[in-house]
Design a protein around this ligand. Structure first.
Ligand code: NAD
Length: 344
């Protein structure tokens, strides 16, 4: 291969995990890592300056790559996101400039579904609250406070619970598989659902409002887009059962957090389990003081194996784009036909 192609510059703007670094090293591309000594992300200004010298950018999943970063180098050959969600990237601007964008689907599906399920169980049975009670020495034996939870399985009266899945893609379907042992009825809403029903058994399609009314647990697995921003707000929370629980492991802005805090305070729903927030890492005032929430710091895909594999996928995508080849996980395949791309 031509030396100039081999030497194209890949900018990794976070502390990439080792297995990803190995892929980049083997590719013999010129690689620059841009982050602080403890893995701190660069500032927007630092990112813009570094992107000017790069051929391909590899950002961390939730690291913003706004218009000004992309415009700073219209000659970019690609952006290889480390994450399946890509709402952090201004894909519209990338499209205009003929810049391919990739993500890391599939490798994190099961891990994120595990976390969603763990969060559902922890919220339903108030596990973190009960643990805090024991650790703080408040447990004095029978007769004291009891952490009454919600059944996930059919419970003493043998009534199966209904799981409502919003966004029935890879992770949504993996969550459905986990519900089987709990004898749940599963309903789902997804604009693509009608095409999918042939492939998936044990799930019934519901219109959005009907799903909210019927479900004991509502779990969110759609991407963040213009359409899904504040998909769950006051109106939707009002439709849910007062005994129901909302689980969000998708993206924070899918839920209107202010409306959620109000609904939880007033007991309009029974609880919420959240891995993601509207203005991460800031939390809406009031959220921290609620007894009926379980809050996690965006750890959906956070296992060593999965995060390493995501790094490998991001690195392979980056190398392919640096060499002018089609990467495996392209979000905007139409750019390959664009004049802007072909001129590069
Ligand atoms: P996917 O593309 O396989 O599935 C998403 C599904 O949502 C698709 O079937 C799509 O049709 C559907 N959808 C789109 N708009 C919708 C709407 N308005 N209402 C209902 N459904 C809608 O993606 P995936 O791999 O399952 O990942 C889903 C999302 O989970 C990602 O976009 C990401 O934001 C999030 N995620 C979060 C973490 C975490 O750490 N918490 C980890 C991985 C993924």
């Amino acid at each position: 291969m031509e030396d100039s192609i081999m030497k194209r510059k890949i900018l990794v703007s976070w502390a990439m995990l080792e297995r990803g670094k190995e892929v980049l090293k083997k590719s013999k591309s010129e690689v620059r890592y841009l982050h602080g000594p403890k893995g701190e992300l660069p500032t927007l200004k630092e990112l813009i300056q570094a992107v000017r010298q790069a051929d391909v950018l590899v950002p961390r999943g939730t690291q913003p790559v706004p218009q000004e970063v992309i415009l700073s180098n219209p000659n970019l050959l690609g952006i290889a996101n480390y994450g399946v969600g890509y709402d952090n990237i201004d894909v519209a601007t990338a499209n205009k400039l003929g810049i391919p964008v990739t993500n890391t689907p599939g490798v994190l599906t099961e891990t994120t579904a595990d976390l969603a399920w763990a969060l559902l169980m922890a919220t339903a049975r108030k596990i973190p609250q009960a643990r805090d009670f024991v650790l703080s020495g408040q447990w004095k034996g029978p007769g004291g406070k009891v952490f009454m939870g919600q059944d996930i399985g059919p419970g003493g009266s043998n009534k199966p619970k209904t799981l409502g899945i919003i966004g029935f893609g890879r992770i949504g379907q993996a969550v459905m598989r986990r519900s089987r042992g709990f004898k749940m009825k599963v309903v789902a809403f997804d604009p693509l659902m009608k095409e999918m029903t042939g492939k998936t058994r044990g799930v019934e399609y519901r219109e959005f409002a009907q799903l909210l009314k019927e479900s004991d647990f509502v779990t969110l697995h759609c991407p963040l887009t213009k359409e899904t921003h504040h998909l769950i707000g006051q109106r939707e929370l009002d439709l849910m059962k007062p005994t129901s629980i909302l689980i969000n492991t998708s993206r924070g802005p899918v839920v209107d957090e202010g409306a959620l805090v109000t609904a939880l305070k007033k007991g309009r729903i029974a609880g919420a389990g959240m891995d993601v927030y509207e203005k991460e890492p800031k939390l809406t005032p009031g959220l921290l003081n609620l007894e009926n929430v379980v809050l996690l710091p965006h750890i959906g895909s956070a296992t060593q194996d999965t995060r390493e594999q995501m790094a490998v996928v991001a690195a392979r995508n980056a190398v392919a784009m640096a060499r002018g080849k089609k990467p495996l996980n392209i979000i905007n395949p139409e750019v390959f036909q664009s004049t802007k791309y072909l001129q590069k």
